[in-house]
Design a protein around this ligand. Structure first.
Ligand code: CUA
Length: 367
């Protein structure tokens, strides 16, 4: 037996049997790739697509699936076939494989192909990123800017609509118009995320970060905090309302007239139903109801997140009650921690509403 034929016998991939193994590998690999890509494209990976940016990001995801599945399949198929083809057979326990000194052509191929792939995908990613961050054409008029304030554990959205400024705990945006969010935080790191829009950015102490989206689908979508920010992180969720322009304008009018309403001449705040405000919250601005967290016998609420107001406010004067609403960290009731109650009520409620609440609580708490 010559040296050549001995080597051929030791190499299971040479000869007719070897060609069959390679054909099998290619067929199995092709079928697995097609199935894998089909599965990857059929699976509904993401929530509803609610913005122009979301469409581009989801397309990018699909391209990544189409490119990466065949490579995953290629590597897995070669590994599995190698384990089967080159496995140790009885009597081979003490044999070593043939010495291999590398294969230049193979190494050039497996370096060049992934490198080209990587450069192509990076270029596509860069173009997509540039696209979704692009400001809208100047001909469309000025872009709406909304300041997003994160704090433990709530979001407040500051609007400036034609010089009229107001704040809301609910996010309203008109459909089809680009909006830029300037994201800030009053305390620790948060992350402003509306999954339906796909965009997401950290709120970092000391700086303003931003991103823009153009909502394409009307509806209500969750606003989520995506950065672990403390005990209430999981509850730092609010609602984004995407509405037709006419409804948005109506909401803005409601918000601005509410804030600017002149105090009634006599008995300040008489127009506000303080008990309803206490139990239901401010629905226009989205301020959470006091009763959701506080117990108060007169209102029939049983919340236990904050102090029992019948005890905490008993015998207190109006100044203390007002301070407890607008600056809740000034005095912390025994047994509770600071920063549990958001300190944005002065922004979310009108002066009339706060006065009415103070008056109401002074009359009923602890009685
Ligand atoms: Cu704010 Cu998590």
């Amino acid at each position: 037996m010559g040296e050549e034929s001995a080597r051929a016998e030791a190499d299971p991939l040479s000869g007719r049997g070897g060609r069959r193994t390679i054909t099998q590998m290619v067929v199995v690999g092709l079928i697995a790739s097609v199935l894998g890509i089909a599965l990857g494209l059929i699976i509904d990976w993401f929530p509803t697509q609610g913005s122009k940016q979301a469409e581009k990001i989801d397309t990018f995801w699909d391209v990544l699936i189409i490119c990466s599945v065949p490579f995953f399949v290629l590597v897995t198929t070669v590994v599995l076939f190698s384990v089967k083809t080159f496995r140790m057979r009885p009597g081979e326990e003490h044999l070593d494989g043939p010495p291999i000194h590398g294969n230049t052509r193979l190494e050039v191929v497996w370096t060049a192909v992934p490198a080209i792939m990587l450069v192509a995908l990076c270029s596509y990613a860069y173009i997509t990123l540039h696209d979704i961050e692009k400001a809208p054409a100047a001909s469309l008029g000025p872009e709406r800017q909304i300041t997003v304030n994160g704090q433990q554990f709530t979001w407040t959205f500051d609007y400036d609509e034609g010089g009229k400024k107001f704040s809301s705990a609910q996010l309203y945006v008109p459909i089809g118009r680009s909006v830029k969010f300037n994201v800030k935080t009053k305390d620790v790191l948060h992350d402003f995320w509306v999954p339906a829009w796909r965009m997401k950015i950290d709120a970092v102490p000391g700086i303003t970060t931003d991103y823009r989206i153009t909502p394409t689908r009307a509806g209500t979508w969750p606003v989520v905090c995506a950065e672990l920010c403390g005990l209430g992180h999981a509850f730092m969720r609010q609602t984004a309302h995407v509405v037709p322009q006419a409804d948005f304008d109506k909401w803005v009018t409601k918000m601005t007239t509410r804030t600017a309403a002149p105090a009634p001449a006599a008995g300040g705040g008489a127009a506000v139903d303080a008990k309803a405000l206490f139990t239901q919250g401010e629905t226009t601005s989205g301020a959470t109801a006091c009763g959701a967290c506080h117990k108060l016998a007169d209102a029939g609420t049983a919340g236990g997140v904050g102090p029992d107001l019948d005890q905490a406010l008993k015998g207190k004067d109006a100044a203390f009650i007002k301070q407890s609403i607008v600056d809740p960290n000034a005095v912390i009731a025994k047994g509770f921690n600071a920063n549990i109650m958001p300190d944005n009520y002065a922004k979310l409620l009108s002066a009339d509403e706060i006065d009415a609440l103070v008056k109401y609580l002074g009359e009923v708490a602890g009685k």
